[in-house]
Design a protein around this ligand. Structure first.
Ligand code: 5AD
Ligand code: FES
Length: 366
């Protein structure tokens, strides 16, 4: 069997069946994939990890994804919205600690007040950092016009996970209504590219009803869509969500973790120069899960710099790590972890997706 895996790993392009075979590898065989992925990482993006200070500034959300702990239908969670002043303090913290980039994430809203607020916030974040801070936003599906507005205000990367590329599965994990339309999400990804963002997407791994074939299709979609960045991690059930009823049919957490590691490693081999995040959800299963991901192809870590008092209410899934730590604690803790994992730290560097630069060159825009 490991001969077969070795043979697949020598190929320039993986077929769907190749990916399925790679995903089904046992403990010994998967090491071959991990080794290859780490070699590709070293050669194509360097053994370096970049920070993105993550500010989860509000858990108010008007959508109802069946898996998510902050969905509108969850009446148990206390809702919060951090003031712009506090958010900007976090930005200053990131800047002063040489993080070079921040990510603003919140529940999804598309009202005019929210759109205006974000526009101003982006401008201010740039202003207080002498235009230096790199800004990624992860604020869901918005109109092309809004995407443009936020881009012009200073955001240059956008994360919007497709969650799964299997349309049927999409509607098993989202209600089928106007707020959750698979095609609209795909169109939003196109819009982001059109506007000029470094465009990131991703999926959850180990969802109920998800097959190996679905996961292989996810990776092939990333390649075909020519993404610049990926964030993907294990699905972790949350007791206050509708999807929790399927907990009996889920793969064991450890298996979901291993599959996530394999997905990252295989994707690094398939898309050598993109940015791949070591998702926080990995750490909810294994205390050094993110560092393990850095060893198999991931090159981005998003330390949580949300003010500590708000962290416990941004639990998209249960057992979320670091919810009682402050940003200072996270910085020193992470630095040690990354060095142990064998990577250098890209302090004071944006660490933009190399793939994006090449994509733009190809499109004739330098
Ligand atoms: N388990 C794992 N990831 C989740 N997300 C939301 N809920 C869960 C969960 N229960 C992920 C989604 C979303 C991102 C912000 O968090 O993929 O896009
Ligand atoms: Fe908020 Fe999915 S529940 S975007």
């Amino acid at each position: 069997m490991s001969k077969k895996i070795q043979k697949i790993l020598k190929k320039d392009h993986f077929s769907k069946q190749d990916i399925v075979d790679l995903l089904k590898t046992d403990e010994k065989e998967r090491q071959l994939i991990y080794n290859k992925a780490n070699q590709v990482k070293e050669k194509c993006v360097g053994l370096k990890t970049y920070y993105r200070g993550l500010v989860e500034f509000s858990n108010k959300c008007y959508k109802d994804c069946y898996y998510c702990g902050i969905r509108a239908g969850n009446k148990v969670v206390a809702r919060y919205d951090i003031s712009d002043e506090r958010i900007l303090e976090s930005v200053k913290f990131a800047y002063d600690n040489k993080y070079a980039s921040v990510v603003f994430q919140s529940g999804e809203r598309d009202d005019a007040k929210f759109i205006e607020r974000i526009t101003n916030l982006l401008k201010k974040a740039k202003e207080i950092t002498n235009n230096k801070i790199g800004i990624t936003i992860s604020l869901g599906e918005q109109s092309l016009e809004t995407y443009k507005k936020w881009f012009d205000a200073g955001a240059h990367r956008y994360l919007l996970r497709i969650e799964t590329t299997n349309k049927e599965l999409y509607y098993k994990i989202h209600p089928e209504n106007k707020k959750h339309i698979f095609e609209k999400r795909l169109a939003a990804l196109d819009d982001l590219k059109k506007v000029g963002y470094q465009t990131g997407t991703g999926v959850m791994i180990g969802l109920p009803f998800q097959t190996y074939e679905d996961m292989a299709d996810d990776l092939l979609f990333f390649k075909k869509f020519d993404v610049d960045m990926i964030g993907m991690g294990p699905y972790i059930e949350h007791k206050d969500t509708p999807l929790f009823v399927h907990k009996e049919i889920l793969l064991p957490l450890k298996e979901r973790f291993n599959l996530s590691m394999k997905m990252i490693a295989i994707l690094r081999i398939m898309m050598k120069d993109i940015n791949i995040a070591a998702a926080t959800a990995l750490q909810a299963i294994d205390s050094i899960g993110r560092e393990k991901a850095l060893k198999v192809g991931a090159n981005i870590i998003m330390p949580n710099i949300t003010p500590t008092i708000n962290r416990e209410n941004y639990q998209l899934y249960e057992n979320k790590p670091c919810i009682d730590e402050g940003a200072d604690d996270c910085t020193s803790c992470l630095e040690a972890r990354i060095v142990i994992a064998g990577d250098d730290l890209g302090y004071n560097e944006w660490g933009d997706s190399l793939h994006f630069a090449k994509r733009k060159q190809k499109e004739g825009v330098v």
